[in-house]
Design a protein around this ligand. Structure first.
Ligand SMILES: Nc1nc2c(ncn2[C@@H]2O[C@H](COP(=O)(O)OP(=O)(O)O)[C@@H](O)[C@H]2O)c(=O)[nH]1
Ligand SMILES: [Mg+2]
Length: 242
């Protein structure tokens, strides 16, 4: 039985924990992210002969890592490389939720969008064109109500297809200004030489151009740790303490 890793990410109050609880039931526990006071819940469930380990990341409005919550959410997606990151959006405030979605789509190409609180949206007369969003972003978009377990079959089957390679998605490239795009095209190949396909080189290029010093330090320690240990896997440094 293969175990796949799923991360739940999104703004606070979008129903991530409700979805997490509905999927995992009692198979869950909480712990702190290594060296941080940020609490994360971890749980598991089985579906069609596969085992899933699911992490309820702290809710954040961005991934700029200006708070511990944002740093933990970003580092998990970046270094733990979940097989799927489910970005949970609030159907009643979709526009406000798109910022975090785009940021995540620049960091990982393994995204399923889950539009939650669909019951509440329907009650308010809001209808969501999930197909248009899926076409635009080129990732699966599933409408659910975590509270009523509505849309779960669709969600679980999509996760199954995703981890078995039957759905393949790409990074979403935001087109920046010509000046920025030129700089990106100059430094991205150099970054790619160092990180290969392990880390998202275009996103890293943008972060470096943005002067994200914290990330440079993080990467330096990540890469030097990797060299020291002689390992090509990113597990050791970023662990949970339970
Ligand atoms: N109507 C409705 N409320 C929901 C749904 N999912 C979550 N909620 C409610 O939304 C609030 C925030 O949910 P929570 O899971 O704590 O969000 P989190 O901050 O993203 O973990 C709670 O009051 C939930 O009961 C849903 O599908 N429909
Ligand atoms: Mg929560």
């Amino acid at each position: 039985m293969t175990t796949y890793k799923i991360a739940l990410a999104g703004n606070p109050n979008t129903g991530k924990s409700t979805l997490f609880n509905a999927l995992t039931g009692l198979k869950q526990h909480t712990g702190n992210w290594a060296g941080k006071t940020v609490e994360i819940a971890k749980g598991s469930f089985k579906f069609l002969n596969d085992n899933y380990e699911i992490i309820d990341l702290p809710g954040t409005y961005s991934l700029y890592a200006t708070s511990s919550d944002e740093e933990v959410a970003r580092d998990f997606i970046l270094f733990k490389k979940p097989d799927v990151t489910i970005v949970v959006l609030d159907a009643t405030a979709l526009e406000r939720n798109l910022n975090i979605l785009l940021q995540i789509l620049e960091i990982t190409n393994k995204v399923i969008v889950c539009i939650n609180l669909i019951d509440e949206a329907e009650r308010k007369g809001i209808s969501i064109n999930d197909k248009a969003l899926a076409d635009e972003l080129k990732v699966p978009v599933i409408k659910v109500s975590a509270r009523n377990k509505q849309g779960f079959d669709h969600l679980l089957n999509t996760i199954h297809k995703f981890v078995h390679g039957k759905i393949v998605t790409k990074f979403y490239s935001i087109n920046y200004s010509p000046e920025l795009e030129m700089k990106i095209s100059q430094i991205e190949p150099m970054i790619k030489k160092i990180v290969g396909n392990h880390l998202p080189s275009r996103w890293l290029a943008v972060q470096l151009l943005d002067g994200n010093k914290d990330l440079v330090e993080r990467l330096t320690s990540h890469l030097s740790h990797k060299l020291k240990e002689g390992q090509n896997d990113h597990e050791a440094k970023f662990t949970f303490t339970f």
